[in-house]
Structure formats: C-alpha cells, structure tokens
Ligand binder design. Structure first.
Ligand SMILES: NC(=O)c1ccc[n+]([C@@H]2O[C@H](COP(=O)([O-])OP(=O)(O)OC[C@H]3O[C@@H](n4cnc5c(N)ncnc54)[C@H](OP(=O)(O)O)[C@@H]3O)[C@@H](O)[C@H]2O)c1
Length: 307
C-alpha cells in the first residue's frame, strides 16, 4: 500500500519527506532530489519551520519545467499558534501559499491546539518561561479553517498534536471532520488508543518523528535508531533500522514523514515497500513501548500539553 484515502476521498501518499529543522541551504536540494530522483510525492511543510520559501523555489522549478505536475504531489502545511484568531487564519494560509509558490494546499493542519498572541514572536514566554497564550478557542480557529476549503485555498483540513478529549470536543461542532491528526508516533511512543480512536472517527493519522527525531534536539533521550531489537530485525531483513521503523508505521496504516537532508537517507527511507514485517516482529516492536516523547512542548513552553 503506497497511499491512504482521506475522508475527503483524496489519495495521500503514505510516505512523505519531513522538513522540520531542514536548514535553508539544504532543504531545497533535499526536496528536489526526493521529488525527481527518489520517487517521493509528498512533502510535509510548516510555516514555523521557516524554510517554506526555499521549498517553494523547488516546487516552482519542478512544476514550471513539467518534471512533475502539481497534481502528482501532496503538500501539507500547518497554521502556527500566532495565527489562530479568525482574522489571521486566511492571511496565514495565503502567506504559506505565496512562500510555497502554490495555488492550493492538499492539507492544512492546525499545528497545535494552543493560541499565542500575534506579533510577539514564535514562542512568546512570560517572566517564568511559560508560553503566553491568547484568548482564542480551538473552535474559532477551526471554523476559520473550514472557510479555507470553500475558498479553494486548501483541499483538506486537519489537526496536529490533538489528544482524544480535544478531538471529542472538536467533533461536537465541526462541520468538516478533520481529515488528519498528525502526532508523534514510533515504537517508543505508540499511542495505540489515540490511533484507534482516530480511525474509528475516520480521521487519518500521520506519524511524525517516526525515526525518533533529531539527535541534536533530543537532550540525551534514548536513541530509537540504536535500539537493539530494531537493529536485530533490520539485520534479519537486510534492511536498515530506519527502514524497519518506517515499515512498522506503514503496516499500522499510519502515514510516515521522515525528515532528512542527507541524500542517501532520503533514498533509503523510500525503499520500504519491498518487504513485510511478520506478526512476530510486529509484536516484538510493540513491546518496546515506553511512553517516550521526543517532541514535548513542556520543554519549551512549560505547559504540560501532554501531561
Ligand atoms: N506536527 C508537529 O508538531 C511535528 C513535530 C515534529 C515533526 N514533525 C514533522 O515530522 C517530520 C519528521 O520528524 P522529525 O524531523 O522530528 O524526526 P525524524 O524524521 O524521526 O528523524 C530525523 C532525523 O533522523 C535522521 N535520519 C533520517 N533518515 C535517516 C536514515 N535513513 N538513517 C539515519 N538517520 C536518518 C535525520 O538526519 P539527516 O537529515 O542527516 O538524514 C534527522 O536527524 C518533521 O521533519 C516534520 O515535518 C511535525
């Protein structure tokens, strides 16, 4: 299976390239090679990654020369916390479209269910280092995002970093059911009940940080790619640990979006459709659960977002 079908009936490639912390001087080449040389058809972007202009230059080059068509590529972007107010949502989406040099997004996600004030920087903190929040409800933001679909700016809308109670509440008023919940998922943080809940509600799930995120960000947390069992299973298949982790995500029917700006890694990460993990291997991988989050907003915002 190389694609999933969203609740909008759109096809979404199950593997995409992540771009968080992809440096401005490397992200363009990474996206270009992914699209032109390594068979990717899906790029995961966000305004807050501060590299959408560089990605946009490549989209322009690739589409204007006809090397790939716009329709072949699935592009996701995300609305940042400081653009949650209803008067800011359309402008934020339009800015992302300008930066990415696109007429529409395939999917636009609310990056976090937390609003912060406009014009105070990406992560405004008070004197105690706690995120300054704005009085904007998730409902206000979602209702403004729904309008983007009618305006033709986005084909689908969804959320990211949403927990079950947040989704239950959103579903009480949503006229458009989120097409996606993008959350941190890997063998050390499997969130099985949340994944099952989303599937029951016809909300697709994307696994971010599927390789255990980026070592330099991990503050000494256990490195998933070095896990002994993952390495044993990789050796048994003649595959790499990254390929095992991605294959595990795909066999769970979750979309996976590994980030890489290293060309061999970009190539390797898309070579995961020629083998299958057995039930026994899936069970072994499931036993690795340890509730370890690599991306924990408490570390930046002192808000225990995930408890
Ligand atoms: N919605 C959200 O809040 C949220 C949060 C986090 C991430 N995301 C999205 O999810 C994407 C992926 O998550 P992530 O960036 O946290 O981490 P990740 O994809 O789990 O891991 C990326 C790290 O693994 C390395 N890597 C990639 N392929 C490899 C391979 N084959 N062998 C060895 N190392 C490899 C990368 O280095 P090289 O670049 O050198 O290959 C990088 O250091 C992000 O880029 C972003 O698009 C979304």
């Amino acid at each position: 299976m190389k694609s999933i079908i969203l609740n909008t009936d759109a096809k979404m490639p199950i593997l995409g390239l992540g771009t968080w912390n992809a440096p401005k001087d490397k992200v363009g080449l990474a996206v270009k090679q992914a699209l032109l040389d390594f068979g990717y058809s899906h790029i995961d972007c966000a305004h807050v990654y501060e590299n959408e202009k560089e990605v946009g230059q490549v989209f322009h080059e690739v589409f204007s020369t006809g090397q790939r068509t716009r329709e072949e590529i699935f592009v996701t972007s995300k609305l940042w916390n400081y653009d949650h107010a209803k008067e800011d949502v359309v402008n934020a989406c339009k800015q992302t479209l300008v930066d990415l040099q696109l007429n529409y997004l395939d999917l636009y996600l609310m990056h976090f269910g937390v609003a912060s004030p406009h014009g105070m920087g990406i992560e405004p903190l008070d004197a105690n280092g706690v995120l300054i929040t704005a009085k904007v409800s998730i409902r206000e933001t979602w209702e403004a995002m729904q309008k983007l679909v009618g305006m033709g700016l986005v084909k689908a809308i969804g959320v990211s970093n949403f927990t079950v109670p947040m989704l239950v509440d959103l579903l009480t008023y949503a006229e458009i059911i989120p097409a996606m919940n993008q959350i941190e998922l890997h063998p050390y943080n499997q969130q099985t009940k949340l994944v099952e809940f989303c599937k029951q509600q016809n909300i697709a799930v994307t696994a971010y940080s599927p390789l255990g995120s980026q070592a330099e960000m991990n503050n000494g947390k256990l490195a998933l790619l070095e896990d002994e069992k993952i390495n044993e299973i990789a050796a048994a298949h003649g595959k790499t640990p990254s390929q095992i982790l991605l294959r595990w995500g795909i066999q769970r029917e979750t979309v996976v979006i590994p980030k890489s700006t290293t060309l061999e890694h970009i190539k390797e990460n898309n070579e995961v459709f020629d083998f299958i993990l057995s039930d026994d291997e899936l069970l072994k991988i499931s036993s690795l659960e340890r509730g370890l989050r690599y991306v924990d907003p408490y570390e930046w915002w002192k808000i225990p977002y995930f408890g």
